[in-house]
Ligand binder design. Structure first.
Ligand code: PGA
Ligand code: ZN
Length: 422
């Protein structure tokens, strides 16, 4: 039984304030969780409630903290922490809006996660297992990591248009092995950039800073880094892109700033097809703008039988959006971000909707992250195919990879989901 809920201000990886919720049960057991924050956000996401004004650049979270301490705490006190669905239903009802603008998606996700951690402590069970049992998931498992080598887009001052150049170790047979291969690739990519005299720090998610003349150079260098690491591009390791196209989609056109080109939907799809023919790409996330449904349908028809077409801003972890896109055949995979919807139960619902269409699911962090590892457990407990949290550097990223490494080592009976296209 929940005895009390308290929220406090803590700090994220961009040095911005965020909400931590702490839930204490009558037994004295407790759980904590911290809200992450996105930079390239979808317009249909749950609202990240900020104070505005001048303090901390308007990013203060006192309103969200107040919402937890004054409204959520009293409403949830006395409820059973093990009943995650009832907790999340109560949060949704208390908020009462479509995008969680009363309490804030940040307040909701921190509370939803903290309750889950408290319940798993009380049940003396790893969080992933509590989540699997609560939501009756038939197959928990170890996700394949999708890891960033170069950053870009809104995470790197728009130095390159594409937001993430990632690798998927499709030939690896365990998470630990995939992490080690990726570390070798990161080291090789660093060496390439050093040789070119282009080492300039890292981006928001820890990937190498993209000092390139165009997007395609990054595709070539990532492929070269795979070879330099002694791995076979396409056979051992493939490429994945988060295009995050909403960021450069204006007036119905795709504006590639670096190349000073503006493309129609058809032209941009042709460009993505060319990249996919010339480089070993197996996954494209948000290849089109968040309202370019025609574009999504066209690219899924064109490339969907040989790669993942993932909706992130396009689907915003919403079961309803996934249902719609499933009927439209506008994607074949979903990115799951807990703060896009605001509760663990809604992440599960979006995941289930995706499964009903035979899609792949990818559990994802945000560009603003913390030491919170809830998402590693969500990925395992909900049986997500992949997990995506940024690069191999910076502890707010590696803490998620490291947690999956521990879960994999302790639970040899869990299957590792080798990468497969949907
Ligand atoms: P964001 O980026 O957290 O800044 O939205 C992550 C992504 O687009 O996948
Ligand atoms: Zn994305």
């Amino acid at each position: 039984t929940i005895a009390s809920i308290k929220a406090r201000q803590v700090w994220d990886s961009r040095g911005r304030p965020t909400v931590e919720a702490e839930v204490t049960l009558a037994s004295g057991r407790s759980g904590r969780s911290i809200a992450p924050a996105g930079a390239s956000r979808g317009k249909r996401e749950a609202i990240d409630l900020r104070d505005g004004g001048t303090r901390l650049g308007g990013l203060g979270v006192n309103k969200a903290i107040d919402a937890v301490n004054r409204l959520v705490g009293p409403a949830l006190t006395g409820m059973d922490a093990a009943d995650q669905r009832a907790i999340d239903t109560a949060l949704i009802a208390l908020d009462g809006t479509a995008q969680k603008s009363t309490l804030g998606g940040n307040a909701c996700v921190a509370v939803s996660g903290a309750v889950a951690w408290a319940a798993s402590a009380e049940l003396n069970m790893p969080l992933w297992q509590h989540l699997q049992q609560s939501f009756n998931v038939s197959a928990a498992g170890i996700p394949a990591p999708m890891i960033q080598i170069f950053g870009g887009g809104a995470h790197a001052g728009n130095r390159v248009d594409v937001q993430d150049f990632l690798v998927i170790c499709n030939g690896a047979t365990s998470f630990a092995e995939a992490a080690e291969w990726t570390a070798e690739i990161y080291i090789a990519a660093h060496a390439i950039m050093k040789k070119r005299g282009q080492i300039a720090g890292v981006c928001d998610e820890g990937g190498l800073w993209p000092d390139f003349d165009n997007n395609e150079v990054a595709l070539g260098l990532t492929t070269q880094a795979i070879s330099d690491a002694g791995l076979r591009p396409g056979t051992d390791v493939s490429l994945a892109l988060d295009v995050a196209a909403s960021e450069f989609w204006r007036d119905g056109r795709y504006h590639l700033a670096l190349e000073n080109r503006s493309l129609s939907t058809g032209e941009f799809i042709a460009e993505l097809e060319r990249w996919s023919n010339d480089y070993p790409i197996v996954s494209l996330e948000d290849p089109l703008g968040e309202d370019d449904t025609e574009g999504f349908v066209a690219i899924t028809e064109l490339l969907g039988d040989r790669m993942q077409i993932i909706g992130d801003d396009y689907l915003t972890t919403s079961a309803a959006q996934v249902e719609k896109a499933g009927h439209d055949k506008a994607c074949n995979s979903v990115l799951l971000k807990s703060n896009q919807c605001g509760t663990i139960s809604e992440v599960f619902d979006a995941s289930q909707a995706a499964r009903s269409f035979g899609w792949n699911t990818v559990m994802s962090g945000r560009s603003g992250e913390t030491e919170d590892v809830t998402l590693s457990h969500l990925a395992v407990g909900f049986g997500a195919d992949q997990i995506k949290v940024g690069s191999m550097t910076r502890s707010e990223r590696t803490c998620k990879w490291n947690e999956v490494i521990r879960i994999e080592e302790r639970n040899r009976s869990l299957d590792y989901w080798t990468f497969l296209t949907p």
